[in-house]
Design a protein around this ligand. Structure first.
Ligand code: M6R
Length: 362
């Protein structure tokens, strides 16, 4: 049931404040982060391996920044279809987490089986808790997104991010990187996030107008730095899968190593730039694009947009957010831009050509 929305995807984007709240509620007991049994002892784990496909893979890439920066826990991230063919050595003390909305993705499942007798613990971050990936794991971490029908993953992505972030916070605490007060502070920030996401939905109107123009483009670039780089990748994936416009994402600093040759006045460049420690560097990369005639869509907060100065083609003003939470909030513009561009093009948003919701063949 689309609950009055034109597409499941629109409904699922709008549901995010509610499902994020539900996911958070499920992981707290007496004010502390609580994991389902048998839990995960982060004081013993020495490294994490995260494996997934598509959007879930980008959630893992984002989580690498959290685990490494907040908990100083080394993380490897792999696309599932590559993982086992590389025959990666899995050292003792490794926890392997498999992230999958459906819990049935063939490559992710095969990667899990590769780790079965090699990793210390196998965890499943899944939406469907009765899935094969969940059944074959030692620990099941549900994301509580509720049924996701649109082929383009939206609320599952932000719920995956939320659960992975909770794990990173728990790891940071267990490894002595966050004391009780600092953890309480982070938790308060996270608890306020669904409210911010709700405010963020106010960009929808502006997004619709911009998307109408984006729908005329043949190629679109996404740029992000640091933890916003995986989100740029997710934005490009979302856009191409439902609007069929060619989109690519680059780490902002990588642009001048080749892809800037693509830039001219016909290529919109979407810059994901919350005001974090890398903001100034991202803006200077953005100016390099502008100097070559590129049309910039800047996604930042109102202050960031003001500081970036004149000359951008379009901007979208997000609520202010702590930088470490920005990937979850900025998933909204990535999703809404893809959605409205696809609507403007008249594609089959919920069931794009050539794609299946669950990919059960390798
Ligand atoms: O069910 P899974 O999370 O394992 O699916 C992984 C990918 O197939 C999935 O995220 C795909 O990339 C989405 N259509 C992206 O929107």
């Amino acid at each position: 049931d689309k609950a009055g929305y034109k597409h499941f995807m629109a409904k699922e984007i709008a549901e995010q404040p509610a499902v994020l709240t539900r996911a958070l509620d499920a992981y707290f007991a007496d004010g502390a982060i609580a994991l389902p049994e048998p839990g995960l002892d982060f004081s013993r784990i020495e490294r994490l391996t995260l494996v997934a496909c598509g959007t879930a893979f980008y959630a893992c890439l984002t989580a690498k920044y959290w685990f490494e920066q907040l908990a100083r826990l080394p993380v490897e991230v792999d696309v599932a279809s590559e993982f086992r063919y590389r025959e990666p050595p899995i050292s003792p003390g490794t926890a392997a987490l498999f992230v999958s909305q459906s819990g049935e993705t063939a490559d992710t499942l095969a990667a899990l089986r590769y780790c079965r007798d090699r990793a210390e613990t196998i965890g499943a971050v899944v939406n469907v808790t009765e899935s094969t990936i969940a059944r074959e794991s030692d620990l099941v971490l549900p994301i509580h997104a509720g049924a996701e029908i649109g082929v383009a993953s939206t609320k599952a992505f932000t719920c995956q991010l939320t659960v992975l972030l909770l794990l990173a916070l728990r790891a940071a605490h267990a490894r002595g990187r966050l004391d009780d007060a600092a953890l309480a502070d982070k938790i308060a920030g996270l608890r306020a996030l669904p409210g911010l996401v709700n405010h963020g939905l106010a960009i929808e109107e502006a997004t619709r107008d911009i998307a109408r123009r984006l729908s005329e483009a043949r190629d679109i670039l996404f740029l992000g730095r640091g933890i916003m780089y995986p989100l740029a990748l997710e934005g490009a994936l979302k856009l191409k899968e439902i609007s069929y416009i060619h989109a690519e994402a680059y780490a902002s600093g990588e642009l001048k190593h080749g892809p800037i040759a693509l830039v001219d006045e016909h290529v919109p460049v979407i810059v994901m730039a919350p005001r974090d420690g890398l903001f100034d560097k991202t803006i200077s990369n953005m100016q390099e694009v502008m100097a070559r005639g590129g049309r910039i869509l800047l996604v930042s907060d109102a202050t960031g947009i003001r500081e970036a100065g004149d000359g951008v083609w379009q901007s979208l003003a997000m609520p202010e957010v702590d930088p470490w939470l920005a990937p979850i909030l900025y998933a909204l513009p990535a999703q809404l831009l893809a959605y409205h561009t696809a609507v403007a093009k008249g594609t089959d948003v919920d069931q794009p050509r050539n794609l299946a919701k669950s990919v059960t063949v390798e």
